[in-house]
Design a protein around this ligand. Structure first.
Ligand code: 2AM
Length: 176
């Protein structure tokens, strides 16, 4: 099964981000992320044998993260995978601690996650942007506040309409 840990936005935040995605598609083309699949990946495990699922859940239960709020206030473009994304000009420190702690706990039970690249918190809004030569840093956006009180372990399946995600487990973040 294909697994990843992610923050999932409350409905109002998902709607606001979907509005951004639609505006970007009108301007640049590409394929907007469906509202119900908008998320921020914390750790991507990839294809994992089902027998490792209990260990992945236990690893996340050990993480003692604190709740926090993200301010989504910038847009970026990655040319290598033709993604337009939304992110934070100053991500909450609690997010960095959460990701480090989660990855450490996963390593402790020998579950690998993609750590080759530096963690850049991002929400993919548009995929398959057609040959765009524009700037990689886009204009700032009206800030969206995203309260984060839990994170999810998510299973991803490829369907005809794109990836379908289902939550496998939810992990609370303590009040800050
Ligand atoms: P993306 O939005 O930047 O494509 C489910 O596929 C989630 O895992 C997506 O948020 C995706 O990030 C992320 N993901 C997919 N492949 C990945 C990889 N090799 N390394 C890190 N994250 C990945």
């Amino acid at each position: 099964m294909r697994l990843f840990f992610a923050l999932w936005p409350p409905e109002s935040v998902a709607q606001a981000l979907a509005g951004q995605a639609d505006a970007l598609v009108r301007q640049y083309g590409g394929k907007a992320t469906r509202t119900e699949t908008i998320h921020l990946t914390l750790a991507f495990l990839g294809e994992v044998d089902e027998t490792l699922l209990p260990a992945a859940i236990r690893a996340a239960q050990v993480v003692r993260g604190k709740s926090f709020a993200l301010t989504i206030d910038r847009l970026g473009y990655w040319r290598h995978n033709r993604l337009l994304w939304a992110g934070c000009s100053s991500p909450a420190e609690e997010l960095r601690i959460l990701v480090e702690s989660l990855r450490e706990q996963l390593r402790a039970v020998s579950i690998c996650c993609d750590e080759k690249q530096r963690f850049t918190p991002h929400v993919t809004l548009v995929r398959k942007v057609p040959d765009w030569q524009g700037a990689l840093e886009l204009a700032a956006v009206e800030p969206i506040t995203w309260p984060c009180r839990s994170f999810l372990l998510v299973c991803s399946r490829l369907a005809s309409a794109g990836s379908e995600y289902s939550a496998v487990a939810e992990f609370s973040l303590a009040n800050g």
